[in-house]
Ligand binder design. Structure first.
Ligand SMILES: NC(=O)c1ccc[n+]([C@@H]2O[C@H](COP(=O)([O-])OP(=O)(O)OC[C@H]3O[C@@H](n4cnc5c(N)ncnc54)[C@H](O)[C@@H]3O)[C@@H](O)[C@H]2O)c1
Length: 249
């Protein structure tokens, strides 16, 4: 897995998984453009790769275009796109019967449209670089219904899988791969409600065949594999990184 002097754009890189991925890449000598709504996190790895942080809303076309192009301009190329931005609004994202449809639109804009926008601006740079790889973050939640429902989240995550497969087919001839990770329950700022609640953590871990919650490093390890040349014959797949949840009938 050789990332030295390659260039990546991590959308949602201020969050748990995105930051773990950005740091793993920087540590391996990759230069990384990081974009997130949040201000620059304290814990960005110091090198050997360099980074450029863009604060803004990834559902906004102009911001995404500027951030992706600035990354490619600064580092001279773009090889990888990692889409991790997402929101899980448990209080507002409900059954379509009950929810405010403005919330539906916002979730779709962040969890799905932002992925389309980053791809739209990254692909021309990857073509120029002679190929590349993308990893898009869906969820095990995309594989079935749930109660209580988070219908916008679930539908957006299922759509990510279909979009990623389409991109795999569209750009295979350009040497650009597109794969999806389906995380299981993972300790990150998104799941803050479990942070200081040992009982909740144990309850969730009880649903996982491997008996524990995932870590952001578990997701980064899988992501770097899919980005790397070790996965050069893998495109259009969805990889559950879920401790066995989706293996259960
Ligand atoms: N943590 C889990 O248990 C879990 C499980 C399954 C899937 N996922 C998915 O994995 C991905 C990463 O999740 P995470 O756990 O690192 O969550 P996280 O909340 O730590 O990170 C998500 C990041 O997206 C950013 N973001 C949200 N809206 C944005 C916007 N409009 N513009 C720019 N940035 C925006 C947030 O600021 C945050 O930093 C998400 O897509 C999530 O849905 C997470």
């Amino acid at each position: 897995m050789d990332f030295e002097n390659k260039v990546a754009f991590v959308a949602g890189g201020g969050g748990g998984m995105g930051l773990a991925i950005a740091n793993a890449l920087i540590t391996q000598g990759c230069h990384v453009g990081i974009a997130d709504l949040k201000s620059t996190p304290d814990k960005i790895a110091s090198g050997p790769g360099r980074h450029l942080y863009h604060k803004g809303d990834l559902s906004q076309d102009e911001f995404v275009s500027d951030a992706v192009n600035a990354t490619a301009d600064e580092f001279g190329r773009l090889d990888y796109l990692i889409n991790t931005a997402g929101v899980l609004w448990l209080d507002r994202d409900k059954s379509v019967i009950d929810m405010d449809m403005d919330v539906w639109d916002q979730v779709m804009a962040i969890n799905l449209k932002s992925f389309a926008l980053s791809t739209r601006y990254a692909v021309p740079h990857m073509k120029k670089a002679g190929g590349g790889a993308m990893v898009h973050f869906s969820s095990v939640d995309a594989t079935g219904g749930d109660a209580p429902a988070q219908d916008a989240y679930g539908a957006s995550k299922a759509a990510v899988i279909r979009l990623a497969k389409s991109l795999a087919i569209q750009f295979a001839g350009d040497g650009i791969r597109s794969n999806v990770i389906l995380p299981g329950p993972t300790m990150s700022p998104m799941q803050e409600r479990w942070q200081n609640n040992e009982q909740a953590q144990q309850q969730v871990a009880g649903f996982v065949p491997l008996g524990k919650l995932g870590t952001t490093d578990d997701m980064a390890d899988a992501c770097l594999f899919l980005l790397s040349d070790k996965a050069q014959y893998i495109t259009g797949v969805e990889l559950p990184v879920d401790g066995g949840i989706t293996a259960r009938v």
